[in-house]
Write a protein that binds this ligand. Structure first.
Ligand code: 3AM
Length: 174
């Protein structure tokens, strides 16, 4: 029997960052299924189905990586039609974050985990199942993320919807 779990690496939002996102979601109405506050996050790397052994090796490898603090500005609304998501997006400019992204992609490659085919696109998903959406004329209030920790999340599908659980966490800037 497979012991694999669906995992990803990402950053939680502070209370204040979460409140700013909730305000933005309200202003946009409901072009799809609103991502609830507890599930708001910025993904660093989607790992896909990960075995216990891969997970242990990943955790051990992450212990040895430098994880600097960084700032990420998110200031543009995007609609990724194929995925059916509306996101608050920003250009990746802080090398602390992009270096961490590339470090994680390289670990994923070594461990045979899912690797992104795309460049890193910092974003917070605001709505899912959003097939129709017109980007409004107004500009969203920028949100500047300053995460304290990198989290390893378990993505659990439940009858009530997806639930994310933090399995492990590493402080940034230490
Ligand atoms: O909500 P965001 O966009 O940050 O879209 C999924 C979510 O990202 C993404 O992983 C995060 C946690 O579920 N994800 C899910 N399946 C994926 C896949 N096959 C994926 N990313 C890339 N490839």
């Amino acid at each position: 029997m497979s012991d694999a779990q669906r995992l990803f690496l990402g950053f939680a939002l502070s209370d204040q960052e979460g409140e700013s996102i909730l305000k933005l979601q309200k202003r946009l109405g409901a072009p799809g299924k609103t991502v609830e506050k507890a599930n708001l996050h910025m993904t660093l790397a989607f790992l896909g189905q990960t075995s216990q052994r891969q997970c242990q090796r990943l955790e051990a490898a992450l212990e040895g990586i430098t994880m600097p603090k960084f700032e990420q500005r998110l200031d543009s609304l995007v609609h990724w039609r194929g995925a059916g998501v509306v996101c608050l997006w920003g250009q990746a400019t802080d090398s602390g974050l992009t270096d961490l992204y590339h470090g994680c992609q390289s670990l994923c490659q070594n461990l045979g985990l899912h690797q992104s085919e795309h460049d890193f696109n910092p974003h917070i998903t605001l709505f899912r199942k959003a097939k129709q959406f017109s980007i409004p004329e107004w500009q969203p209030e920028p949100v500047i993320l300053r995460p304290e920790r990198l989290n390893l999340y378990l993505s659990n599908s439940t009858p009530a919807g997806v639930r994310y659980e933090v399995l492990q966490s590493w402080p940034l800037g230490i």
